[in-house]
Ligand binder design. Sequence first.
Ligand SMILES: NC(=O)c1ccc[n+]([C@@H]2O[C@H](COP(=O)([O-])OP(=O)(O)OC[C@H]3O[C@@H](n4cnc5c(N)ncnc54)[C@H](O)[C@@H]3O)[C@@H](O)[C@H]2O)c1
Length: 457
Amino acid sequence: MTPSRRKFIKGIGAASVLMATESFAKPFNIIKSLKISPNDKIRIATIGLGIQGNSDTKAALRNPEAEFVAAADLYDGRLVRGKEVYNKDLFTTRDFREILNRKDIDAVIIATPDHWHDHISIAALNAGKAVYCEKPMVQHIDEGRKVIETWQKTGKTMQVGSQPISGAAYGEAQRLLQSGEIGELNFIEATYDRFSALGAWTYSIPPDASAQTIDWDRFLGDAPKRPFDATRFFRWRNYRDYGTGVAGDLFVHLITGMHYATGAIGPNRIFSSGELSYWKDGRDVPDVMVTVLDYPETEKHKKFQAVLRVNFANAGAIKNVTRVVGTEGEIQWSAQGLTLTKRKLPKAPGYGNGESFPTFAEATQKEFLKEYDAKYAESDRKAEPVKEVKFDTPQGDDAHAKHFKNFFDNMRANSQKTIEDPIFGFRAAAPALACNMSYFDNKIVYWDPIEMKLKKK
Ligand SMILES: NC(=O)c1ccc[n+]([C@@H]2O[C@H](COP(=O)([O-])OP(=O)(O)OC[C@H]3O[C@@H](n4cnc5c(N)ncnc54)[C@H](O)[C@@H]3O)[C@@H](O)[C@H]2O)c1
């Protein structure tokens, strides 16, 4: 941080929460207009210091320019843990608004359950913060527009947190696809199967969980009121009131990766099937889901279909890759790397056993061969040999830290062009949420990916 900025910030210190008083109003305005210079630290706070809040905070801090100054969470144990892990003087609170009121904080990480994403993103942008919000960007499709409008109105930097796309394999997939290496794209399949209790979200519940150690009313937020329930608090993904099921949790990563690599902006037709097959622990979301998404032709690609699957009870072999197939090859990728396989059909169709040629009369066969030889040169008859190109993700490639670096670079440049801005984030979240609509309402969902609106048909 530059000395002048440090002095300003020190000068107002903890009193910044008391924004309402006239005497404090001026310094806040001056601070608000200060830009982050290249030498300044970027001061971050995390709202929701659970599993991903910690993972995000650590990834942000792997960029030496970040400084972690405050955290909000609703379970006291996580705030205590924040002081243990990061800094005993970390500012902690149950009330995220205290963080938004602090003018010395440049950016917030929002890693709460999904039903809080839109509310806190909008409040944070309006409070002048840059926002790193976890995926899925919103819990319901009708919440997306307001987040985008607030981002546009405030001009602040925002990044949505599907960090795998910042990994080297995704960049390489994008480069290969966009240079036409697999011909015309016609099909994508991607899976995110798991076979473990923790993989199926049955997370640990701490023995001190109670209505005293947890701010249950705030957790509920806009969800239906109900009595304190530690299982719902710590395993919120299992309930539609707070989470978005396997589609919002995992399909969204697959869709984000597909969109990033292919340049697609979204499907126009979505149909899901699934069931609650194994994890019958009171959850109200399926543990097996398969969805077909139809992507219309755009400038970037031909029409194609994508099939996505999550199976949380897959006791068979699990090989989670995204496989993008075209008319001249395919690319399969995961975080570890990718394989490009190229194959091209010869111009000549061939003739012989297993088709109609041998059934022709001898004279007709001779006539056929004469015509065939005249039509196809020797070179038209050979398929190109299969070529395989492998790309291994380099050791130490840190997609998560890079996702934050991209966020910080854009903040410094006063730019909104993050790798996963809210328009990109919503174009991935909305089809994932539409997968749930299709499953629960047992219908085909129609979506306009350009206008980002649900359609009748
Ligand atoms: N990008 C990824 O790879 C990835 C991985 C895991 C989770 N996530 C996302 O991160 C988010 C959090 O998931 P998680 O597994 O960390 O959940 P979690 O339950 O471990 O943590 C969520 C925390 O948010 C806190 N919280 C809830 N409402 C709050 C509020 N109004 N104000 C302040 N704190 C609040 C809770 O107290 C809890 O500690 C989800 O949206 C999830 O989809 C992303």
